[in-house]
Design a protein around this ligand. Structure first.
Ligand code: FES
Ligand SMILES: [Fe+2]
Length: 325
């Protein structure tokens, strides 16, 4: 599975603190824990002794201790102690197989197999003029690719987000451009008439977006500043969509905002995002098949769907098999 060589978000970084945490990625159970030096580790959630879940254990003396017989493992995965045999020095083969884990964007990312794939790009992350805030996680009974397509889709605004991101009397989608990129695709010149495009909108506005698919299950939306707003050259608000593909038809979703608004509380910014995404969720969960069909004949397409059609071609090209049909 090529998707095992990609980095995927699995948890909020700050939730990995005092004890081990269970996570699920690409159908595998993981245990996440943080050592006293602050490094996060991601391992299979299965003790190599008798298969108990390590996420039910605890951290003792800087090691992860299994809940069953108390074997202790150091950060690199090696077993350091077998309490039933105090004099026994476990050989190097007594170990768990660690996955690669790293923290970025306030999340823990894991990849299950090496393969040289880079972290998904989010350029706004490095821009100090923008405030970063994570929204979610949202658990959705839908495949990750269906959620990406929803993010790229402007034709649903006037229906699913009526009065917010769209209006029923302004649902036409102007031609927009889509091009392939090494990590996915880019859509530009995307315009939408939006009654309430963000927390502070006071009047409907024509909003211009750019979309970028940055990996099989990640995407970034960039908002072109509206005329007459506090636009600074090169300054663009952005929202990254990070999805953990837990099961083929179950996903965990985060949005990372990079916004110019430093005044609103975290709660207010999150409440707006919650409102929008909770409008999407029931529709996403209603779609069948839940797996995204890659055969172009499986569903009907129009020119307004060219971003999603390009996304499907990209997944096919990549050889993605998880979450697709
Ligand atoms: S099952 Fe983990 S120590 Fe025995
Ligand atoms: Fe939506």
């Amino acid at each position: 599975m090529i998707e095992r060589t990609h980095w995927h978000p699995v948890a909020d970084a700050q939730t990995i603190a005092d004890g081990p945490v269970a996570a699920r990625l690409l159908g595998d159970d993981l245990v996440l824990w943080r050592d006293p030096q602050g490094a996060v580790h991601a391992w299979p959630d299965r003790c190599p002794h008798r298969g108990a879940k390590l996420s039910l254990g605890r951290i003792e003396g800087g090691h992860l201790e299994c809940p069953y017989h108390g074997w202790q493992f150091e950060g690199g995965g090696r077993c350091m102690r077998v309490p039933a045999l105090p004099g026994f020095v476990p050989p190097a083969t007594h170990r768990v197989q660690a996955f690669e884990a790293r923290e970025d964007h306030g999340l823990v990312f894991v990849r299950l197999a090496s393969g040289g794939d880079a972290m998904p790009l989010f350029e706004a992350e490095g821009d100090d003029r923008l405030r970063k805030l994570n929204c979610g996680p949202y658990d959705v009974a839908a495949s990750a690719p269906r959620i990406i397509e929803n993010f790229l889709d402007m034709a649903h605004f006037g229906f699913v987000h009526e009065g917010w991101l769209g209006a029923r009397d302004a649902t036409a989608i102007d031609t927009y451009r889509v091009e392939e990129t090494p990590t996915g695709l880019r859509a530009t010149d995307c315009k939408a008439w939006q009654p309430q495009s963000n927390l502070h909108s006071t009047a409907p506005a024509q909003v211009e977006y750019g979309y970028e698919v940055t990996g099989p299950y990640t995407a970034v939306l960039t908002k072109i500043p509206e005329a007459g707003t506090v636009a600074v050259a090169g300054w663009r608000e952005a929202i990254a969509l990070f999805i953990c593909p837990r099961e083929p038809e179950r996903s965990r979703v985060w949005f990372r905002l990079a916004v110019a608004d430093f005044d609103s509380s975290d709660e207010k910014l999150r409440a707006f995002q919650d409102t929008i995404f909770l409008q999407d969720r029931p529709v996403l969960e209603s779609q069948t098949p839940r797996l995204l069909p890659l055969d172009p004949r499986a569903e009907l397409h129009t020119a307004a769907d060219r971003a999603s059609a390009a996304y499907r071609r990209y997944l096919s090209r990549l050889g993605i098999t998880f979450g697709v049909l």
